[in-house]
Design a protein around this ligand. Structure first.
Ligand code: SF4
Length: 419
């Protein structure tokens, strides 16, 4: 979401006549689009603001804007007064006034309708909703982003059509929980009538053009059979899903207010794998949640062994003020959290390697996304695996076919197919 917020912010600043610089020593305006999910990310922001205020290091900086989740938290305002403007990303329309410029050259609509300044020429994030109603006990998002608001389908479709027309190859639909997307039906034309996320996904997947489609992220409690059916029958939707488990122990899941059990999660994984052959499943998990015993952590490691995720974002628990879990004692030491995260990474790595070995010898569709430090190209498969390969040609942003010759735990090595 922050990536997408930053693209909208950049577009507004462009309209106001600001020029982007890759060198922050040159900047007179610094905008920090922040995330409050983890304490470590917030601490880095405080450090960055302090640095930008050092005249010797950044002599040109005149204004610092703090936006994103942190800007909405009263705790943050108590901890730093060094930013000049604290603003909700949804208030971009008042940016000219905040920067004391005239708004006359601007035509400012609501947040969603701002045409973003996409950071890439071939991959784009398209927000379909904002906020969250779930109140997982450790998570600050509902407090800072507010309740769910679904973007109108026509607006999303128009943005996607525009991207396809401009040659974009990968479109990623974004929401804190895309599975609870529920747009107003009254406001839609009779031709559209999109009721839920699978309807929206299928509509977009049927648009003509040479692109593929992904989405993040899906709450397991809301993952429907309808979504699995739509994914299975539409070739443009990539065989990949991020399905955050958060813990492999039912007691901890209950304390996290997640509303599903480990058995239900495993049932979803089986259903996904049966209906969408070759699907890659990634997850998010928290280790060291308050009072997580060694046995409970062991249940998470056991689940990882069984499921064999392709990727996981392993987070060490840190309490966030205002959340329900912050009232529990954060009684797992930092060292123990580090140990649990390392142990889980080991299990993850062995499962992911096993999955990747099955791809050796296959020819895969790949979108070339960047060039590595040693000159190798980096591509991304439909299952979101990174593939390194060599080529003399500039293939950035192109779909190509790659023969996989070697598997690593979190990546693949391949060779360009001869056509
Ligand atoms: S679903 Fe839970 S973890 Fe995800 S944003 Fe909402 S409250 Fe946070």
């Amino acid at each position: 979401m922050n990536y997408s917020d930053a693209e909208r912010f950049a577009a507004k600043l462009d309209e106001l006549g600001y020029k982007e610089t890759a060198n922050d020593k040159e900047a007179d305006l610094i905008v920090l689009i922040t995330c409050s999910v983890r304490k470590s990310a917030e601490d880095r922001v405080y450090g960055a603001i302090n640095n930008y205020r050092k005249k010797k290091l950044y002599p040109k900086v005149k204004k610092i804007i703090l936006s994103g989740c942190m800007a909405l938290r009263s705790e943050v305002l108590k901890k730093t007064d060094k930013a000049d403007i604290f603003m909700d990303i949804k208030d971009l329309k008042v940016l000219p006034q905040l920067l004391k410029q005239k708004a006359k050259s601007l035509e400012i609509g609501e947040y969603f309708s701002i045409k973003p300044k996409y950071a890439s020429k071939f991959m784009a994030y398209v927000p379909i909703m904002t906020g969250c109603n779930n109140f997982c006990s450790y998570c600050i998002v509902p407090y800072v982003r507010g309740r769910e608001i679904s973007r109108q389908p026509q607006e999303i479709i128009n943005e996607v059509k525009d991207l396809i027309r401009n040659g974009y190859k990968e479109i990623i639909l974004l929401g804190q929980n895309v599975n609870s997307y529920s747009p107003e039906l009254r406001a839609q034309s009779s031709k559209l009538k999109i009721k839920d996320f699978p309807d929206l996904l299928e509509y977009i997947a049927k648009l003509p053009g040479n692109f593929w489609l992904r989405f993040i992220t899906s709450h397991p409690k809301d993952l429907s059979d309808k979504l699995i059916r739509v994914m299975a029958k539409n070739k443009k939707i990539c065989e990949q899903i991020n399905l955050p488990i958060q813990s492999g122990d039912n007691v901890i899941l209950k304390k996290m207010n997640r509303h599903y059990t480990v058995a239900h999660y495993k049932y979803l994984v089986r259903k996904l794998r049966k209906n969408i052959p070759g699907i890659a499943i990634s997850t998010d998990v928290i280790v060291g949640f308050p009072e997580e015993t060694k046995k409970q952590f062991g249940n998470t490691a056991k689940l990882f062994k069984e499921v064999k995720f392709d990727m996981a974002y392993i987070n060490k628990y840190s309490p966030r003020e205002e959340t329900a879990a912050a009232r529990l004692k954060d009684n797992i030491s930092k060292a123990e959290k580090v140990k649990r995260a390392a142990a889980l990474t080991k299990v993850l790595s062995s499962g992911a390697l096993e999955n990747n070995k099955k791809l050796v010898g296959k020819t895969l569709d790949v979108l070339v996304i960047s060039r590595g430090r040693k000159g190798d190209w980096i591509g991304e498969t439909r299952t979101s695996k990174m593939v390194k390969f060599k080529s003399e040609k500039n293939l950035l942003g192109k779909f190509i076919n790659i023969n996989i010759i070697e598997a690593k735990d979190f990546g693949l090595i391949g060779m360009l197919t001869k056509k």
